[in-house]
Structure formats: C-alpha cells, structure tokens
Ligand binder design. Sequence first.
Ligand code: KDG
Length: 349
Amino acid sequence: ADKFITIGEIMLRLTPPNYEKIRMASGFEASYGGSEANIALALANLGVDSTFFSVVPNNSLGKSAIRMLRSNDVHCTPVILSTPQQTPTHRLGSYYLETGYGIRASKVIYDRKNSAISEFDFKTVDLNELLEGFTWLHLSGITPALSPGCGELILESLKTAKEKGITVSFDGNFRSKLWTWEQARDFCTQCLPYVDVLLGIEPYHLWKDESDHSKGDVKDGVPLQPSYEQQDEIFRAFAAGYPNLKCIARHVRYAHSGSENSLKAFLWYENHTFESRMFTFNILDRVGGGDAFASGLIYAMMHGYKPMDMVNFAVASSAIKHTIRGDANITDDVESIRNLMNMNYDIKR
Ligand code: KDG
C-alpha cells in the first residue's frame, strides 16, 4: 500500500461567522489551513497512510494545529516543534478569510511573515531519513515562496525523492501575495524535471506575464476555459519538454453567478487528454477546492483508477469540498465521492 508524505505550512485560519465581513466581525471562528496540510487531511480521511512534515512553534498554537491533524489520522511524527532559539519570532502563521457570498468575492489576509517554518534552518534535517519508506511525496509552489530556506527544502526534497524512486506530485499554486509571478515561474521551472504528476501550473504556461491573468475574465473563456482541442494542444506542447511527466491535470472553473459555479477538468495521461464531466454546485466555502482536486487525483492514481475515473473522481472531490466549511475535504466515505463522480444522487437507506 502507498505511504504518502507532504511538506508545507499549516496556519491558523480565522473566519468571521455567517458570511460577515471582517469590518463587522465581533468574533472569528478558528480552524486550520494550508494547502499541503489540506491534502494530508483529505487523504487520511479517505484511509490513505498520510504523513505531514512541517515546523510549528512549541506553544499552544503550534500544538493545537498538530493535534487537529492527528485527530484526523494524519501522522505528524516528523513535525518539528521548534524552540524560540530555532525560530526567533516563534509564530504559527495565520490567515483571515472573509467568506464571500453570492456576487461578493472572498478575501484573504495573510499574517504569516516570519512563521516558524520560514525561520527554521533545514540544514539540520536529513531528507534521506525523512523520506525513507514513503512511496509518494506531494509539494506545492506555496512553501518555496515563504523563505529562501523553504525554497531549498523543497528543491532538495524533490531531488532526494527522485533518487529514492518516490512518486512526486507538485501543485504550482501561485500566490501573488507571497512572491512575484516571475519568481514563481522560475522556481517552478526548476522543480519540473523531478515531477511525475503536475497540477496548477496553468499560470506559468498560459500567461505571458502576471498582468495577463488579471485581465483574464473567466467568462472570456479561451484559453482560460479551453475547448478539448485547445487543452490537448497545450498539454501536448508542454509535455514534449518534460518526458518525465506521467500526468498533468488542470481544473477549470466556470462561474455562472455569485455562488453558483461549475467545475470540470482535463487530464493528460499516457499521451492522451481526458475531459471530465462538468459539475455544478453552490459554494459554501471555496478555499481548498484545488487541494481537494489534488487529493482526489492522488487517491485515484494510488488506487489504479482508469484515466476517466481519475479525472472525474478528482473533480467530484473538489466539488464536494466547496460544500464543506473549512479548508480541507473532510470526507471519510469514498463512496460519497464515487457516487457524485457517477452523478448518482440517490440517498442510500
Ligand atoms: O489552497 C488552499 C490554501 O490556499 C489555504 O489552505 C491557505 O495554504 C494556504 C495559502 O497559502 O494560501
């Protein structure tokens, strides 16, 4: 059976209740988020042997984050509870989420500078030892944006994983509040030769520069909402440069109005492009939708699904996450995702 590990930051998430704006909030609901942690959580809930590696301050905030992961069956043995000597600012990163409603968009304010993971000196960590025994490593383009030390950790982990024959998935996950588009593109390009399963890199191979993205009205469709033929061409051209890529996935969002969204995805697998079904749903909480797509794809690949089932399972997993409050797809019955993937909405009783 597969043994999964991921490396990244876990943060405290603070959300005003009931779709309130931050400006009006008299209280905040506490939960936890972080792209890689979301994936570790989702996979553990689906029954995968799932491990998370990070650094958190050795105080009540850091320990609570780890306790939450453990209570969801995520193994946290390698997590470093750092001392104030190791991480002088001694912080757990956090972020505020103002949940959008209808036509009002969500808003994220990060408060994560100098968090423990970004201050930690990873030269003390033996990556060969850390990754021993794992079959799958997942990384994202968020962690390297935190500090030069984190960037080195990600690149070195990729190299070590490849030496050890571990399958590597990587989600580009561009975060414009953490670094520039050029920095992100250059870093992700360095990572690509070590990756087997690639997600979330559409910014880097579709946009000529970051301003292309800000112009990109999702309703303007092409190529942000490509046809099968267009996406096939994009995959083909991209994959030609990276023969190591076994799989490339891209999910595409179609906003109808406010909270009603449709989602579908394309999958490049064994030199062929597969297109998923389109799922339409109302959004309760959209944060982590991409992570749920990634965890769904990883689960489906680990379990030997056929390519059409892989891509449909990944989109169904993301669609379900949009109906769950919090960052992660906390779904502990695989059947419910499989039913949605097959568009079977019957209540089982
Ligand atoms: O993908 C969801 C993440 O964006 C969220 O969990 C917070 O990791 C996070 C980030 O850096 O934005």
